[in-house]
Design a protein around this ligand. Sequence first.
Ligand code: 5GP
Length: 346
Amino acid sequence: VAAMAQTALTPLAEGKTKRLFPLEGEPGNVLVEFKDKATAFNAVKVQEVAGKGALNATISAHLFSFLNACDAERIPTCFVRMTDQPNVLVYRSLRMIPLEVVVRNVAFGSLCKRYPVFQEGQALARPVVEFFWKDNEAGDPLLSEEIIPLMNLLPRGVSVAHLKAFALRVNAYLVDYFQSLGVVCADFKLEFGVDDKGRLVLGDEMSPDNFRLRDAQTGEVLDKDVFRLDLGDIAQAYGKLLSRIQERTQHVISKPVGERRVYEAAIWVGLRPNVLHPESRTIFEALHTFGFQEVTSLRAARLFTLQVQAAHVAEAEQVLEKIAADVLSNPVIERYEIRTLEPVLA
Ligand code: 5GP
């Protein structure tokens, strides 16, 4: 890695704040260098900020590691490891999807501009997911969920519903995580990619550049709004956030974070493949009786929507897993999936 900075390696890709380099001996991975640069308003406002690359890389490493530790199965991320350079991380290489997936818990920024019924700082009754097309020329426009599948932006096997459920699950964990640091996670932007097996993976970065984070007591701004709105020293604000993260890293995952919360979830239960199902057969035959000869196969499944109380999202997941495995499904013949999980905020 140290050699990287010295030799004039050609980047595989370069964005406003990061450069990607090949990693010798690890063909599935890449080196990601975070630049000492702050940009806003589509790079109309740009500033060199000493130390920012290292801060963003380190904060990203912490947040990705936190998510990996929570639920590596359902929240796969690109993060592999840190390196001996504080502004360089190792990522799995992904084929990126040109979407910005924004999750909001509190109204700010473009939401308030678009929909002035929301005041800046107003808590939203439930988390909102928005999709933007990552296309500079088009000006990163907001996309409706219906238009996305028609734009050929999604890799095979990835749906809007899949992206949304993934983003909301990340949000459920992050709301708890930041709350335990005394920080409100108002909103953030995610980007996704697919790995060589076609699996959806969280990519990009998890730094205050992509978040709105506010001190829960004082409202102090700990994110890129410091730079956007000229509120002070951006490296100092990010440094403050990193100190809080480092203080709490050991304790966060299993520790209750205050009041119990209500989580809303959907659990899907269906038959394992190859299990015969008389009810499905009956419905299938009925469809043919009613003249729907077009139907060539049919499997019935069940969907449960429920609300559970828990101290934090990991506890909610545990309870839901137990309910799904022990009560709602028959493990001999059925499979289940916790399809969605999100905190009810108000
Ligand atoms: P807004 O849509 O209000 O401008 O942004 C919502 C959230 O997504 C904020 O946390 C903001 O930092 C993040 N976000 C939206 N667009 C971008 C972008 O193009 N780049 C980065 N780094 N973050 C973005």
